[in-house]
Write a protein that binds this ligand. Structure first.
Ligand code: MG
Length: 119
């Protein structure tokens, strides 16, 4: 079970580290019209998630998984996550910590399974 101490430890280790360096570098490639900030990268994230699903679908169809190509699509997703977070005023480490906190709360309340954004 993830404890608050675990989260605090990760928070200390995540903040300002490679995740945020990556985000800064990722944003140097963001060339879209900023009047579409949040919207443009969110749509891109949905599109790239579809590309991941397509590669996995082809694994079923063709009988072999191209892990490298899936990893590349995951990288595309990561880029869009980083840029969307930036547009919202968050660092990637902020997003990672928010996710760990949400998962920890769900686990503590026995709601790690199931559905719904705010279990
Ligand atoms: Mg792609």
């Amino acid at each position: 079970m993830i404890t608050q101490d675990d989260i605090d430890s990760v928070a200390t280790n995540i903040a300002g580290t490679d995740m945020d360096v990556y985000q800064e570098q990722a944003n140097s490639f963001a060339i879209y019209d900023k009047s579409f900030k949040v919207v443009y990268p969110s749509l891109g994230l949905a599109s790239e998630a579809g590309e991941v699903a397509d590669k996995v679908k082809k694994w079923i169809r063709d009988g072999h998984m191209d892990k490298l190509e899936i990893a590349k699509e995951l990288g595309d997703c990561l880029w869009y996550v980083a840029v969307t977070a930036e547009d919202l005023g968050y660092t990637l480490s902020d997003v990672a910590l928010l996710n760990l906190e949400k998962l920890s709360k769900r686990k503590k309340s026995g709601k790690i399974k199931g559905s719904g954004d705010n279990r």
